[in-house]
Design a protein around this ligand. Structure first.
Ligand SMILES: Cc1cc2nc3c(=O)[nH]c(=O)nc-3n(C[C@H](O)[C@H](O)[C@H](O)COP(=O)(O)O)c2cc1C
Length: 352
């Protein structure tokens, strides 16, 4: 099925596997791109060496194109971008845009820029800065998220006629969602939670089971993990963060920051500089940005150590509707078959 998404990213199907810290590892990316989707490696929680090793591992297993996800405020962003350029990945994704200079370097190297936006007011600026495609994530989506529902955000952005492919994100899991998005005018769908719940996702079984048991109504937005609105399953750890006083939250953040600094091989000065940059370029106070150190280390408890109650569980509300763990290939095949049968025009659908 060919759409402006497949034309821009060079994949077989109009489906993106989005980046998820500790989840979108080489195994998941290899499985999703081999199934014909476009996959993003989650590099925001990686050292340069780990990112380079991960890219090499993917390239050894598949010739299909894939991308790398950046976090604008990660202390080693320049080194990660150097690696992306050196290893010629097909695309980079990001939320808040890195500097115009960095985007220009990426684009000059022939790499596509695929930002995710959570509010229509960010769409034009993202395109002016060089976006080759816009992923519009509605509020029901997992991880950091906005408050406009997916279909309303999509309508707002499509109506702006910005001349780049627009991809629907937040709440997708099946072929009827893809068919609806294409009919609506999008060029495809992007999914996080659905790919987290696949056989190849590295998330430990105990944690996957917790996601499968979750209900739509218990997957809430909280700012208590890292200062930004983030959608997560309301578990024991998140409840305790919700109840904690500010001094207690800051104390937890300092501990997490200390461990994150060691994991990322950064100095405390570099970490504080990146928190300061984040405070200057966002609506957050410096104290709130210090909470950002919390996210990777607390999420890691659930996503790597396999202790779903001790960590937090970023998740789209769609987890409440998912009850299986197919392989990426079975999942993508199922979605494409269902979408084609709903669209009723075989495999030559050209979304405009
Ligand atoms: C466990 C988890 C981790 C995530 N980590 C990241 C990340 O590191 N970088 C990023 O840009 N988005 C991250 N996200 C957001 C996803 O990439 C994606 O935009 C979102 O999950 C889409 O909504 P859906 O889950 O309803 O499909 C994360 C989401 C989840 C569920």
């Amino acid at each position: 099925m060919q759409t402006p998404l497949t034309d821009t990213l060079g994949c077989r199907h109009p489906i993106i596997q989005t980046a998820m810290g500790w989840v979108a590892t080489p195994d998941l990316v290899i499985a999703s791109v081999s199934a014909g989707a476009f996959g993003f490696l989650a590099a925001a929680v990686m050292t340069r060496q780990a990112c380079e090793d991960a890219i090499n591992m993917i390239k050894q297993q598949t010739s299909a194109p894939f991308g790398v996800n950046l976090h604008s405020f990660q202390p080693n962003i320049d080194a990660i971008v150097d690696t992306c350029i050196d290893r010629q990945v097909a695309a980079v994704s990001y939320g808040r845009a890195p500097s115009a200079k960095l985007i220009k370097r990426v684009k000059d190297a022939g790499i596509k820029c695929v930002p995710t936006i959570g509010a229509a007011k960010h769409a034009k600026k993202a395109v002016d800065l060089g976006a080759d495609m816009l992923v519009c994530q509605g509020g029901e989506g997992g991880g950091h998220t906005g408050d406009t529902p997916t279909w309303l955000l999509l309508a707002e952005v499509l109506d702006m006629d910005l001349n780049v492919p627009v991809v629907a994100c937040g709440g997708f899991k099946d072929g009827r969602g893809l068919a609806a998005a294409l009919t609506f005018g999008a060029s495809g769908i992007a999914m996080g939670t659905r790919f987290l719940l696949t056989a190849e996702s590295p998330t430990p079984d105990a944690t996957k089971s917790r996601y499968l048991q979750s209900r739509v109504g218990e997957i809430k937005v909280s700012t208590r993990l890292d200062g930004l609105p983030q959608r997560m399953i309301m578990n024991r750890r998140l409840q305790s963060l919700e109840r904690a006083s500010w001094p207690r939250l800051l104390a937890i953040a300092m501990q997490s920051g200390w461990r994150f600094k060691a994991a990322m091989q950064q100095s405390m000065t570099e970490m504080l500089k990146s928190a300061w940059r984040m405070a200057r370029h966002s609506d957050l106070s410096f104290a709130q940005t210090l909470l950002a150190a919390n996210a990777p280390m607390i999420i890691q408890q659930a996503m790597v150590a396999g202790k779903p109650d001790d960590g937090v569980l970023p998740s789209g509300q769609v987890a409440g509707l998912i009850n299986d763990l197919p392989s990426c290939e079975a999942l993508v095949d199922r979605i494409m078959r269902e979408a084609k049968s709903r669209l009723g025009n075989g495999d030559s659908y050209h979304a405009v």
